[in-house]
Write a protein that binds this ligand. Structure first.
Ligand code: ADP
Ligand code: MG
Length: 612
């Protein structure tokens, strides 16, 4: 029997390789533009016709190629970017397999003009289906211009597989974004031969992002908040969108060492940082750039794959989450901090030069929850000092937190250390509308604040903080109340006891399925404790949550929702001022913990229009 194995001719081998590297016109653009950037171009122009299926041209002003290199560049495994396997692990350039040009030339008709600065004449090469048709010296500009015609002309199955021009163009745009967003110092343009689809002059990173997505025209140019973190593990920089600009579909990008990546796990970290700041179903824009030792990520040897594996993903997750959260807390201010200065309560801004005054703690040890007339149907007047006194002391205990990730650590400057609030009721002009909304005039119009949601937010933040600090303030009750539960409820409560202690409950086992409640958080209204605890137990039981974080969150949510001022409750001037001031000290004063709008502003022009 004769031998049956033969080596495939180059043309076939290249076509097979092309199947992996070149899936559609957008892949050609990716490879060519990446080559231009690797060649140090400061301008890259891309022209596509018919969604790239009839022609793609990429023109750059990079370093060009010598005659020999020009010819060699189309050979498979021809690359100037790595010399040996070790180089694979310290890669800084975009391409590295030396397959792109060979693959493109295997499935399209390619013409290249290229010239180095030092050469007087450039090189022209025409190649199609791996066969070189022409090679000449020509006069041309410095740099490289490659045109790729009739993609998949010799692979009909593939050509038929191409989608409508508009779909291919969409893929091209997406691929283009991923490159231009990491190279703001390079000029780019994209045109379809007759119209310019994009023209991006060199600029800063922020400028590039705003330009690409046309934020100015969409009136979204105020939305980018810078993020940055520097740890032993990696550096993070970039921008995240303000929560109020979140939309159903958003632009979300991760890059590592100048390369686009998809990373669902880190995406989750960002989303967790936005938790409760955006409505369900909405997505924030983000543009997050990692720089890390190439050794600590899995080299993405497959050029069409965008998933990248990090060595220490869990630690990076925490860093991403904390960094984004920090930026959101630091920069989130009132929609427009444009309060009319006259006649408005003072909202103090943190000034690092003013000493932080120790707040008074007004804990009343002789407080008797049953002291107030229980026959009265009216809710007893709120004692705001008592309500907030101990919170303020909590607040001042909040030291900048520091997260430790083995060798690396990041420090967070919290903005929580605020100066004590001055209550100056004489300056206030607040008005309660329908016993539900607090109205006040701000520079841009008339602001309405939902009193329940506002107080819900304030209390939620404070309960959460206590849980975080593990320090609750409990008010001992004179007559402990007895809580009787079913056996399955007892199991749930037992799991929650620690968390409940943290928020201020003092609960003891009293007997089988029976507990005695000796102390309650100071904001809980007398007489409501047992019902509240039962509700809490059933909520936790029904939601089948078990992670400690979630239980704590649930406790904070329910406690704050139940103890918050309700609609229909009359408020004094002093109470309204306090509510107003406390609200705007919250990191997120735009949405309640369940994602509902807290404050709206009826714009001046809208009011004026009504009087026309
Ligand atoms: P790779 O980029 O992986 O090295 P390619 O097939 O994309 O492989 O390119 C092969 C080589 O051709 C590159 O290593 C580079 O030296 C050269 N080359 C390709 N495009 C350009 C360009 N636009 N300007 C200068 N040199 C280029
Ligand atoms: Mg390349």
């Amino acid at each position: 029997m004769t031998d049956i194995i033969s080596i495939l001719p180059d043309s076939v081998a290249n076509q097979i390789a092309a199947g992996e590297v070149i899936q559609r016109p957008a892949s050609v653009i990716k490879e060519l533009v990446e080559n231009s950037i690797d060649a140090g171009a400061s301008s890259v122009h891309v022209v596509v016709k018919d969604g790239g299926s009839s022609m793609i041209q990429v023109i750059d002003d990079g370093k060009g190629m010598s005659q020999t290199d020009a010819r060699l560049s189309f050979d498979r495994h021809a690359t100037s970017k790595i010399k040996d396997a070790a180089d694979l692990f310290s890669l800084q350039t975009m391409g590295f397999r030396g397959e792109a040009l060979a693959s493109i030339a295997a499935v399209a008709q390619v013409e290249m003009r290229t010239r180095r600065e030092e050469d007087s004449l450039g090189t022209f090469i025409e190649i199609a289906g791996t066969r070189v048709f022409r090679q000449d010296s020509v006069q041309c500009d410095k740099g490289t211009s490659i045109s790729v015609k009739n993609l998949f002309f010799n692979v009909p199955a593939r050509r038929r597989f191409l989608k409508a021009n508009s779909t291919e163009l969409m893929h091209i745009r997406n691929e283009f974004y991923r490159i231009v967003l990491v190279n703001p110092e390079v000029n780019f343009s994209l045109s379809d031969g007759t119209t310019e689809l994009m023209n991006l002059p060199a600029t800063t990173l922020k400028g590039r992002i705003e330009h690409v997505f046309d934020f100015a025209r969409k009136k979204m140019d105020q939305q980018l908040l810078p993020i940055s973190a520097s740890t032993g593990l990696l550096e993070i920089k970039g921008f995240v969108g303000r929560p109020e600009y979140a939309q159903r579909s958003a632009n979300q990008y991760f890059f590592v060492n100048g390369r686009y990546m998809r990373h669902p796990y880190f995406h989750k970290a960002v989303m967790v940082a936005y938790d409760k700041l955006i409505k369900p179903g909405e997505n924030p824009n983000y543009f997050i750039y990692f720089e890390t030792d190439p050794q600590s990520i899995d080299v993405n040897v497959h050029p069409s794959k965008t998933e990248i594996k990090f060595e220490n993903e869990q630690a990076v997750w925490s860093i991403v989450q904390a960094t984004v959260k920090e930026a959101l807390g630091k920069f989130q201010v009132v929609p427009s901090l444009d309060f009319d200065l006259e006649g408005q309560p003072d909202i103090p801004v943190l000034d690092s030069n003013t000493p932080i005054t120790q707040p008074r703690t007004s804990f009343n040890p002789s407080y008797n929850p049953f002291g107030t007339s229980s026959s009265s149907h009216k809710r007893p007047e709120l004692d705001w000092e008592k309500l907030y006194g101990d919170f303020d002391s909590d607040k001042n205990k909040l030291k900048p937190a520091s997260l430790d990730f083995g060798h690396s650590s990041i420090d967070f400057q919290t903005e929580e250390q605020q100066t004590e609030l001055e209550l100056s009721s004489s300056t206030a002009e607040l008005f309660q509308y329908k016993l539900s909304y607090i109205c006040t005039s701000v520079k841009s119009g008339l602001m309405l604040i939902d009193q329940h949601r506002a107080h819900f937010r304030i209390l939620f933040d404070r309960f959460s903080k206590r849980i975080q600090l593990k320090k609750g303030v409990s008010q001992q009750v004179l007559f402990p109340e007895i809580l009787e539960l079913e056996a399955n409820e007892t199991d749930v409560l037992t799991v929650m006891l620690d968390e409940l202690r943290i928020v201020g409950f003092d609960i003891e086992v009293f007997g089988k399925n029976t507990f005695s409640v000796n102390g309650v958080p100071s904001e809980i209204e007398a007489g409501s404790t047992i019902a509240l605890l039962k509700e809490l137990v059933s909520e936790v039981m029904n939601s089948e949550i078990s992670i400690k974080d979630t239980i704590q969150n649930e406790i904070a949510l329910l406690l704050s929702r139940r103890t918050a001022i309700q609609s229909g409750q009359s408020l004094t001037q002093k109470e309204m001022i306090q509510l107003f001031e406390d609200l705007f000290q919250c990191e997120n004063h735009l949405y309640s913990p369940d994602g509902k709008t807290i404050a709206v502003v009826i714009q001046n022009d809208e009011i004026e229009r009504k009087f026309r």
